[in-house]
Design a protein around this ligand. Structure first.
Ligand SMILES: Nc1ncnc2c1ncn2[C@@H]1O[C@H](COP(=O)(O)OP(=O)(O)OP(=O)(O)O)[C@@H](O)[C@H]1O
Ligand SMILES: [Mg+2]
Length: 239
């Protein structure tokens, strides 16, 4: 797990081009963002404006075309990857909530969440305890022994959120995490992300166009034409 010096995110002049020639798409042209340790920042913008592309680059799932990304002081990308083991970076430093839940179909709810700490060497009983604690906070503990296919869409998404949080990574990237949730549960997710950020000095980016949660952000980055514009938000954190 990363030490405090490597907390917080900085993105400088990030670019991503899909394809080449006439059919090339410049999804990110000049993206600049700073997210401090302990901060939850919103990222909003219309469909196709590069929100998922940015998270995939930052989550080391996709290679950018240029620019820089730093975790704390350490560059993870500077016109090329600067980290030899991207799998270890993803496993130890990044909690990813995808636009779809992607739960493992043959593991029950508890084990879907407990798997990551188990892989990190935490004893099975302790990993399950941590999983159940988060499932309870996200109001799905009553489904702990169910299989993913037996859950509603919103329940699956809350399990996926628990999985992203369970190893307390220094960075959490969430792509539309509250889209399938009702108002109350959406605000619970945001409250948990804020609590996590404060308690563990996590840097959190939430991509969204969910009107239910946009008022909770203190800072929001809008994306216009592949470039970032920062705005102060209302910062009304629930609870
Ligand atoms: N694999 C790909 N190959 C080519 N173009 C792509 C690819 N993935 C995304 N794009 C294009 O890049 C642009 C940004 O896509 P991205 O998925 O990042 O948008 P988004 O802001 O997340 O949209 P949404 O709100 O619909 O999820 C879009 O024009 C999209 O068509
Ligand atoms: Mg998207």
């Amino acid at each position: 797990m990363a030490e405090p010096a490597s907390r917080g995110i900085r993105i400088e002049a990030l670019r991503k081009r899909y394809g080449a020639g006439d059919t090339a798409v410049d999804a990110l042209k000049d993206v600049n963002m700073v997210v401090g340790a302990g901060e939850v920042v919103g990222r909003v913008g219309p469909s196709g404006s590069g929100k998922s592309t940015l998270l995939k680059c930052l989550g080391a799932i996709m290679e950018p075309s240029g620019g820089r990304m730093l975790l704390g002081e350490a560059p993870i990308y500077a016109d090329g990857w600067r980290i030899p083991d991207l799998r270890a970076l993803r496993r130890d430093s990044i909690g990813f909530v995808f636009q779809a839940p992607y739960l493992i179909p043959f593991l029950d709810v508890t084990d879907n969440v407990a798997l990551l700490p188990m892989l990190a060497g935490v004893a099975n009983a302790e990993a399950r305890r941590r999983a159940l604690e988060l499932l309870a906070a996200l109001d799905v503990a009553h489904r702990a022994r169910a299989m993913p296919s037996q859950l509603s869409g919103g329940e699956q998404q809350r399990v996926a959120i628990a999985r992203a949080l369970v190893n307390r990574p220094p960075v959490i990237l969430a792509d539309e995490p509250t889209a399938p949730l009702d108002s109350e549960r959406a605000l619970t997710v945001i409250r948990i992300l804020n609590d996590m950020a404060r308690q563990f000095q996590t840097a959190v980016i939430v991509v969204t166009h969910d009107e239910k949660i946009i008022p909770t952000f203190r800072r929001i980055y809008h994306i216009r034409d592949g470039r970032t514009v920062e705005e102060a938000g209302e910062g009304r954190t629930p609870g």
